[in-house]
Design a protein around this ligand. Structure first.
Ligand SMILES: Nc1nc2c(ncn2[C@@H]2O[C@H](COP(=O)(O)OP(=O)(O)OP(=O)(O)O)[C@@H](O)[C@H]2O)c(=O)[nH]1
Ligand SMILES: [Mg+2]
Length: 306
């Protein structure tokens, strides 16, 4: 096996980082790494943490990392999409280290990706990273996203357990819930629960969930304070309960298969897109005749070159 991948599998930080970068950029080497890692992947529980900017997602993730670590999780992966506020405990890989407890963070690998992506597609990068980290033995893998827009939706729908983070005082939560925007959650968290207004929001969301018709999994609603570390144990319990439910119902594997289907689709789309750009750049300006002739010729050329 390739030395870099071998070292990454042994847990060497720098090697992990390099392997992931090659995968993100979809280099030939990167794609071979992804192929190898994909053979080992399929056991990690993937958790999405989604919610509006400032809801406390990053703070919550650092509290979750602590709790998962206490429960013996040896390799925790975190993927942050376009983070405006990196996890304050710091990433053991990153440069912005502000660690409170260094030893505790040795089991955590944090990777950020910018929302534009290296090659224009965050969804494919995020989903490839999930697959790769899974193959590298990270479990759980926690993904932070704001949950809005097509990219985020694609990523969010690729994880096992979707945790929607709400905060009191934004006023539009119930409208969002009614409009179905929040229908995606497996767990609803009301963060900043040390504020008394959190109770009202909790009651509203709980009521909305209780009034719904649920088949299989009924979403759980929990109050937490990510900052003051209140309710974190209960949240990890809820996450683990959902994981158990998915495994017992066969949905755990199904979700991984869906994620892989999406990954393959995105990789192929990206390859085709690249070809289209290549052919268009070469042909359009030089050989302008009429629209349909050009469209058909480019279409044929793309087909031939695939
Ligand atoms: N009072 C209080 N503040 C909190 C709590 N959790 C997070 N915060 C604060 O809320 C602010 C935003 O927290 P982040 O964790 O960066 O929020 P985020 O959702 O990751 O934000 P983006 O990454 O920008 O979308 C920070 O100043 C946190 O300290 C909480 O439980 N209580
Ligand atoms: Mg954040």
């Amino acid at each position: 096996m390739d030395k870099l991948l071998e070292n990454a599998l042994k847990g060497d930080e720098l090697s992990i980082s390099r392997v992931l970068t090659r995968i993100e950029y979809m280099t030939d080497e990167g794609m071979k790494y992804l192929e190898e890692l994909s053979k080992k992947a399929g056991s990690a529980h993937t958790i999405g943490i989604t919610g509006i900017p400032g809801a406390g997602k990053s703070t919550l993730i650092s509290s979750l990392i602590e709790e998962f670590s206490k429960r013996g999780n040896k390799k925790i992966g975190v993927i942050m999409i376009d983070p405006s506020s990196p996890i304050s405990m710091g990433s053991f890989m990153g440069n912005r280290i502000r660690m409170q407890d260094k030893t505790m963070m040795n089991n955590v690998f944090i990777r950020s990706i910018a929302s534009r992506g290296h090659l224009g597609g965050v969804s494919s990068e995020a989903i490839m990273l999930i697959e790769a980290m899974d193959g590298l033995g990270f479990n759980p893998i926690i993904v932070e996203t704001v949950g809005a827009g097509q990219t985020d939706t694609e990523v969010v729908s690729s994880v096992h357990t979707i945790t929607v983070v709400n905060v009191p005082g934004t006023g539009d939560e119930i409208q969002a819930l009614k409009a179905g925007i929040m229908e995606i959650g497996d767990i609803y968290v009301i963060n900043k629960a040390e504020y008394p207004e959190a109770d009202v929001l909790y009651d509203e969301i709980k009521f909305a969930i209780d009034s719904g018709n649920w088949n299989g999994w009924k979403p759980l609603v929990l109050k937490v304070s990510a900052l003051k570390k209140i309710g974190i144990k209960e949240l990890v319990d809820a996450i683990e309960t959902h994981e158990k439910y998915l495994k017992e119902s066969g949905k755990f594997i199904k979700k991984i298969n869906e994620r892989r289907k999406k990954m393959i689709e995105l990789i192929i789309r990206r390859k085709i897109d690249e070809k289209i750009n290549e052919v268009i750049n070469k042909e359009v300006l030089d050989n302008w005749t009429d629209l349909l002739t050009i469209v058909n010729r480019i279409y044929d050329d793309v087909k031939k070159s695939l």
